[in-house]
Write a protein that binds this ligand. Structure first.
Ligand SMILES: Cc1cc2nc3c(=O)[nH]c(=O)nc-3n(C[C@H](O)[C@H](O)[C@H](O)COP(=O)(O)O)c2cc1C
Length: 405
């Protein structure tokens, strides 16, 4: 068989950035955030698998996430993982609302770290999109007889669409409990050994429902002005930061725009990114849409990348690009031109779990291979080494008395 063509992209661009010059990165350059070092800048996007029973991770999650680590991703993020049972999208969502759910996740985390990849978890609450069928079983509200639940909450009592649950407007007391549930979930994530937490504030789920004027009709301290609509998110960030190790990264996924006039937009995203940077968010994962079913989204290759570029430049925070990034040259170009600090890949990773191994080869960049597969590796490739967790050990112990896993 012919060897894969090698495309060498060796130019190291430089970005003039308000006087200072930041060196541009390549796809397979490492990335350091706080005390965590990612082996490269190819991250696995959170993708619901709808395959849990009572929120527990199982063999499917082990294989699904583990194989992307074998494939060489710098970061493997779990799917949206519910912080409360009523915060699941479907009855089959993954969860982290109970201490019993830690150990099956910890097994997966250990494997990912052995592969030299960092394990991250996306913490989520589905808001008014909760208690619905998983995609291959139906659409919209799932009845209680099939595992659905009544206590669907949102900022206001409007349904996402006709066939979706009508949520109850969450009380101020409920908001306090929710913030505490995010913090408790972060503590469990720490115990499971994750090194990255990503707060899911995108795609029309609970936090995004507070951010967007299209779904937030509250007239109290959590609705109305930008300051009020973003309040719950700032409270969650502060609470999560208190229970998540100081030296471990905190990411946030946002929908940079609702794609609807009068909705949440890029200017508000830029201001939000500036604010959350000050309270401990390290990287914004820039997605879009999801708040209403009728938005017209101009989907195409790299269609959300300009949001990452703008947020990175104007909010002066690290940003990751996501959305129809499929080819190695495209991904390399995004990094080499300073549009993002990392690329996050979803469906292409479902098509090819070993995408990074192939991409490195095509780009002529160096990356390690699993030691078990060295006989198939390109000449000169190095064998994987497990993630060095030593530098985080003490901080996990200091903050939580959690022993190293
Ligand atoms: C099967 C599937 C499940 C998804 N689940 C999640 C999720 O749990 N959390 C999330 O933030 N986005 C989720 N998404 C969105 C992806 O993370 C990603 O943002 C989107 O697919 C666009 O990237 P892509 O073009 O590389 O697939 C999901 C996408 C797919 C295809």
């Amino acid at each position: 068989m012919d060897p894969a063509p090698v495309v060498r992209i060796g130019i190291r661009f430089q970005e003039k950035d308000r006087g200072s010059v930041r060196p541009m990165a390549h796809l397979f350059d490492s990335l350091a955030i706080r005390d965590v070092s990612f082996a490269n800048r190819v991250f696995v996007s959170p993708m619901c698998q709808y395959s849990s029973t009572n929120g527990y991770a199982n063999d499917w999650h082990f294989l699904h996430l583990g194989s992307r680590a074998v494939g060489g991703a710098g970061l493997v993020l779990t799917e949206a993982t519910a912080i409360l049972p009523e915060g699941r999208i479907s009855p089959q969502d993954l969860g982290i609302w109970s201490d019993d759910q830690i150990e099956p996740l910890a097994r997966i985390v250990r494997f990912i770290h052995e592969q030299g990849s960092i394990a991250g978890i996306q913490l989520a609450h589905a808001g008014r999109k909760a208690s619905t069928y998983r995609p291959w079983d139906g659409q919209g509200t799932i009845p209680e007889t099939k595992g659905g639940w009544k206590n669907v909450v949102a900022p206001s009592a409007g349904a996402f669409a006709d066939h979706y649950p009508v949520p109850q407007a969450i009380s101020n007391e409920g908001i306090g409990a929710l913030v505490a549930a995010f913090a408790a979930a972060a503590r469990r994530a720490c115990e499971a050994g994750f090194r990255v937490v990503e707060i899911h504030a995108a795609h029309g789920y609970l936090i995004h429902e507070f951010l967007s004027p299209l779904s937030n009709q509250r007239s109290d301290a959590y609705g109305g002005s930008f300051e009020n609509r973003t309040r719950i998110l700032r409270e969650i960030v502060v609470a999560v930061r208190r229970s998540w190790p100081e030296r471990a990264p905190l990411f946030m996924r946002i929908s940079a725009t609702d794609w609807i006039d009068g909705g949440w937009d890029i200017q508000q995203s830029i201001e939000l990114a500036r604010q959350v940077k000050e309270i401990g968010v390290d990287l914004i994962d820039c997605s879009s849409g999801g708040i209403v079913p009728y938005a017209k989204v101009p989907v195409g290759p790299g269609y959300q990348t300009p949001f990452a570029e703008q947020i990175r430049r104007e909010s002066r925070i690290m940003a990751a690009a996501v959305g129809m990034i499929t080819s190695p040259v495209q991904a390399e170009h995004i990094l080499a031109t300073g549009q993002a600090d990392a690329v996050i890949i979803g469906r292409q990773f479902l098509r090819d779990p070993y995408w990074p191994l192939r991409a490195a080869r095509e780009l002529g960049q160096a990356m390690s291979w699993p030691v078990q597969y060295m006989r198939a590796a390109p000449e000169g490739a190095k064998a994987r080494v497990p993630v060095d967790l030593k530098n985080l050990k003490s901080c996990f112990e200091e903050q939580h008395a959690v022993p190293e896993r």
